[in-house]
Design a protein around this ligand. Sequence first.
Ligand SMILES: C[S@@+](CC[C@H](N)C(=O)[O-])C[C@H]1O[C@@H](n2cnc3c(N)ncnc32)[C@H](O)[C@@H]1O
Length: 525
Amino acid sequence: MASRRLRAFKRWMTSNHIEYSDALDLVELEDGSICVKSNCYLKEGDLVATIPKQACLTIRTSGAAAMIEAAGLDGCIGLCVAVMYERSLGSESPWAGYLQILPFSEPLPLLWTLDEVDSLLRGTELHKVWFRFTLLGFDGVVVCVVQTIKEDKELIHEDWKQYILPLVHSEEFTIDPNYFRVEDYFAAKSLVASRSFQIDDYLGFGMVPLADLFNHKTGAEDVHFTSAPSLDESDESAESVTDDENDCNDEEQIQTRQPQENVSSARSNDEGSSDGPNSECSEDVTGNPMVLEMILVKDVEAGTEVFNTYGSMGNAALLHRYGFTELDNPYDIVNIDLDLVVQWSSSLFSGRHRRSRLSLWRKLGHAGCVSQNSEYFEISFDGDPQLELLILLYIILLSEEDYMKLDLILATSRNDGESATAYLPKRGNFLLGEISEMSRETLLTNSVCEALLSLADMRESLYGTTSLEDDIESLKRSNCITERKLYHSLVLRISERHIIEKLRNYSEKSSKSVEGLHSRKRLKS
Ligand SMILES: C[S@@+](CC[C@H](N)C(=O)[O-])C[C@H]1O[C@@H](n2cnc3c(N)ncnc32)[C@H](O)[C@@H]1O
């Protein structure tokens, strides 16, 4: 039996010409959230819902359209104003039946207290910890925590002051200030971040009733959301919410660094990246440019949940953007900051040594991934370190003699344009040539493997004193509904720590195979 608010939503959908298949059930869960289930076997290609674009809440369809335009607002801020404005109208809003099924806000880390961020996300990719370094020498002092989420909160607060408060104080517009408080703005931001879709060029992105009730499943979605090309567009499908052009939010400053080839930070607009409850671009069935459609992309068993995909992203990005995580998410990664490598090398070598090796690494054309002024290396879900990290460690660990030769050769080959690889240290030849995955084996000397183990320990120590086993035990005891923040932050910590564990295994295995190779060579000779 549908709850009262679901019945009201269904009536609202009918009066707004939103149609959906009888085979779909909207199910309200005990925490008040909603998911979509099938009540019979469904076939791939079935059209399961059509949503007129006019039923979507956007900056153009909202009653606040004139105010938003007059204030020169657009993008995410404009849509937040539209959401707050329609909420302020209560039952008078044309979207009242839709708005009443939305939560006030999504529990994104951006809305957590700084204490919660600091205690629950410590060490994770969402909790950027900066170490104080100088290029002349690491002084060993950890000075600053909760950098990015705190900064983002401040930026959003600034936006509110700069763009929303003037609307409240303006004599030109009559709006109810009780719905435009800073907490209302944060709440609207969380809804826009987690449940808006790109509709088309004219309407931009907006809140799409019904489509935003489908939950996400990584790499296993059942349904796609599509938009027929509108008359003035040639090839536009419903797309992700926060591509760069939408410039959705400053909160995206938070580092949710992901594998280069698989989407990534919330700022990414790589192809294939999809940062919203979203769809892949595909042609719609009816070709009607005025409607959005939901089409099944695979057969769905009766009685199972029907999932959409919000894109291929790791748990840090999922938690940051949507407030949840998934166990065993194959898009998870852990990053090792260049700063951590510098810290490790400072414990073994002089500042001069470190600077010269880093400089040689750069002269050879290498770099880490860069995001918001920090450089880092990725450790994949399987625990494989980024090749660039191996090269850097290899160069830092080269003997002084080999380093001098390499440096000299680099200078000479630059001067006369000729390669002098004959003079290179035997194992270092490839450093001047093309570095490929083939080079991995050569790079994995015993000392590089040891360095990886040290880096794994250093990265692990950022999580504080609780062990991985403690975290696993806490996860077993935590309730994903009543202790949502704790539960999802534990999943994030555990998934990252598993990757660090895999990095250790990788290093130990590689070190053993190097030893095996040496003993075979010794036996041969
Ligand atoms: C587009 S809405 C999906 C519908 C939502 N469940 C509702 O009650 O309206 C996105 C939000 O749903 C929740 N969600 C989506 N997929 C989820 C998943 N796989 N696990 C947990 N929560 C999920 C998150 O709170 C997310 O911010």
